[in-house]
Design a protein around this ligand. Structure first.
Ligand SMILES: *Cc1c(COP(=O)(O)O)cnc(C)c1O
Length: 359
C-alpha cells in the first residue's frame, strides 16, 4: 500500500530546552493514518499534518472502548542518525492485541514502514540529550455511526510521536509501590494481555488512591486469589531473590513487555538464573525477612528500569535495598540504554537505523 505525504505548511517551533520535555506533552508536525472498512480492508494510508480527528459522536470507540495501542521509542545516535529498538516486537504485539479485541490486523512490515516514514519526516524532532527520546504511539480505534454493541465495521490506525525527556531528570530514583489488595486489573480469560485502553481505565482509581497515600504506583495481584503479584501500571516486575531473577510468568493477565523480554534475555546470557513463575506476596515478605529479597525493579519502555525502594501491603511496608538503586537494576539500565543508543554491539538484531527516504 502506498503512503501519500502531505507536509505541514505551518511547522511548529521545536522545544529548545531538552531538560524540560516531560513525557509526551508535545507532538511532532505530522501523523500517520490508515483506515479500514469491512469488505475493503485497509486503505488510504497517509502522512498528514498533526491535528484533531473528526469522529461521529455515535462512533463505537466512545461507547464500547474497542481500542488498542503500542508504545516504543526512537533515539538520537552519536552520529546524528535515529535508531529504533525492537519495532517488530511492538508490531507483532499490536496484532495480538487486535486479535483479542476483535480488530483487524495490519501487516507488521507495513506498520514498521509507516512508523519509519513518519519518524524520517519528523526526524528533526528527535532530541539528543541523555535520557531523551522520541516516543512513538501507534493506536487503533473503532469507528462508525451506530450504537450496535458488537465489533465495529470501520477502524482507524494512527501513529503520533512526542519528544520526551528523561524519565529521571535527577537520576534514577527508587519508587514506593503499594500492593493493591482491593481492586484487580485483569482476570484469567480477560484482556490483561492486550495493550488496550480499557485496562488503564480500570486501573486509575486504585492508582489515584495509592498516589494520594504517597505511593508512586500499584502492584497488581492476580484477580482470582489475590495472592500472586503480577505487574505494575505500565511495567512488568522483577525481584532478585537469593541472587536469582524472579518474575511473574506470562499468561492471560500480564502484558508481555518488550523490556521484560530484553532484560530476561540479557540476564540469561550473563549466566544469571531466571525464574518465570508465580510469586506470592507471602513469599516476598518472607524472603525480605530472611534478607534474601535484595532488589525489586519494574521494566517498561517509558522508564526502561524503575528500581523499587519500598513495597506496602495491607499497611505493612518493607524497605528494599535501603531505598537505593541495586546492582542488577543499574546493570540492566546501562545495558539497555547502551543498546538504545547503539554504543554497544547488538547481537540480537534488535536495533535498526531509520532510513532516509527519497521524496
Ligand atoms: C506497555 C506495558 C508494559 C511494558 O511493556 P514494554 O513493551 O516493556 O514497554 C507493561 N505493562 C502494561 C500493562 C503495559 O501496558
Amino acid at each position: 500500500m502506498e503512503i501519500t505525504i502531505t507536509r505541514t505548511q505551518n511547522p511548529k517551533a521545536k522545544p529548545t530546552d531538552e531538560s524540560n520535555l516531560g513525557f509526551a506533552r508535545i507532538f511532532t508536525d505530522h501523523m500517520f493514518i490508515v483506515e479500514y472498512d469491512k469488505g475493503i480492508g485497509w486503505h488510504d494510508a497517509r502522512i498528514v499534518p498533526y491535528g484533531p480527528l473528526c469522529l461521529d459522536p455515535a462512533s463505537p470507540i466512545f461507547h464500547y472502548a474497542q481500542e488498542i495501542f503500542e508504545g516504543t521509542k526512537v533515539y538520537r545516535l552519536a552520529n546524528g542518525e535515529v535508531g529504533s529498538f525492537r519495532l517488530h516486537d511492538n508490531a507483532r504485539r499490536m496484532n495480538r492485541s487486535a486479535d483479542r479485541t476483535c480488530m483487524p490486523e495490519l501487516d507488521e512490515d507495513f506498520q514498521i514502514e509507516a512508523i519509519t516514514r513518519l519518524v524520517d519526516l519528523d526526524r528533526d524532532w528527535v532530541p539528543s540529550s541523555k535520557g531523551t527520546s522520541l516516543y512513538i504511539r501507534p493506536t487503533m480505534i473503532s469507528d462508525g455511526n451506530s450504537l450496535g454493541a458488537h465489533s465495529a465495521d470501520r477502524f482507524i490506525y494512527f501513529v503520533i510521536c512526542a519528544p520526551s525527556g528523561s524519565y529521571y531528570p535527577e537520576g534514577m530514583k527508587p519508587v514506593r509501590i503499594r500492593i493493591e489488595q482491593r481492586y484487580v486489573r485483569a482476570v484469567k480469560g480477560g484482556m490483561g494481555r492486550a495493550k488496550t485502553g480499557g485496562n488503564y481505565a480500570a486501573s486509575f482509581k486504585a492508582t489515584k488512591e495509592a498516589m494520594d497515600a504517597g505511593f508512586n504506583q500499584v502492584l497488581w495481584l492476580d484477580g482470582r486469589e489475590q495472592k500472586y503479584v503480577e505487574e505494575v501500571g505500565a511495567m512488568n516486575m522483577m525481584f532478585v531473590i537469593d541472587g536469582k531473577i524472579v518474575t511473574a510468568e506470562l499468561g492471560d493477565t500480564i502484558l508481555p513487555g518488550v523490556t521484560r523480554d530484553s532484560v530476561l534475555t540479557l540476564a540469561k546470557e550473563r549466566g544469571m538464573v531466571v525464574e518465570e513463575r508465580r510469586i506470592s506476596v507471602d513469599e516476598l515478605y518472607e524472603a525480605h525477612a530472611k534478607g534474601h529479597l535484595t532488589e525489586a525493579f519494574g521494566t517498561g519502555t517509558a522508564a526502561v528500569i524503575s528500581p523499587v525502594g519500598e513495597l506496602e501491603y495491607m499497611g505493612k511496608s518493607i524497605i528494599i535495598n535501603n531505598r537505593e538503586i541495586g546492582p542488577m537494576a543499574q546493570l540492566f539500565y546501562d545495558a539497555l540504554t547502551a543498546l538504545h543508543r547503539q554504543t554497544v554491539e547488538d547481537r540480537h538484531g534488535w536495533t535498526a537505523v531509520i532510513p532516509r527516504y527519497e521524496y
